[in-house]
Write a protein that binds this ligand. Sequence first.
Ligand code: FES
Length: 268
Amino acid sequence: MTQISEAPARTRAQISDRTLRKDRWWQAPVVVVTLLTIWLTYATVRVFTGHWYYVPQYHYLTPFYSPCVNGECLPEASTLGRWIPAVPPVIPYAFVSLVFVLGFRLSCYYYRRAYYRSFWQSPPSCAVREPHARYTGETRFPLIVQNLHRYFFYVVLAISLLNTWDAAQAFRGPDGNFGFGLGSLIMLANVILLWCYTLSCHSCRHITGGRLKHFSKHPVRYWIWTKVSWLNARHMQLAWITLGTLMLTDLYIMLVASGAISDPRIFN
Ligand code: FES
């Protein structure tokens, strides 16, 4: 009979090489750093620009400025009213929503994996040694804040309703009646994809189907859970696609608002 004489050492494997992998494991972190840096730079510049965020003629409001509720916003862009005093330029117009949207994305399970690996190199890839000597996980400040993700999810559900309202406004022509152009369709596609990303959240999957002992006794929740699970399997793709559609929607509205291009109208 084999006997284990002593417990295995609780240390990492003693290998002098950083990794024994021969494939291009570094490609994914490099791509993530590049894309996230481009997106963050673009978004930061845009939220502090303070103009070209609204097309009055066609009621297009960029998601980066929604809801536009502070005293600096154009009155036409503030369909929900301006119930916050004018903010100095160092504060984004839509800070009331941006802080939650940012918190939601930063604490997203997928983005955490992406930026822990690429920016923090913790670790940069499977079976590649990380540069940090200690690992405390998300058990203490500041990373323990990541556990607020579920609460960000609840707030972002409400913000998604605001984005839906903005997209509905974009289906009004210059006379205020029904009408749409290319910008309306871009805003509609963006909001549909934002809903898909939000509902594909791991917290949403747990809220809809978690802690149930018998799915057979909860057919409605089971049905919702299967749909959310289908989206959840595509969460990473949706995370990237929505970064792209947010940027594209904002860029399009900026170009139309600045007069650089005109919006092709399809009806009215
Ligand atoms: Fe990504 Fe919730 S896990 S948004």
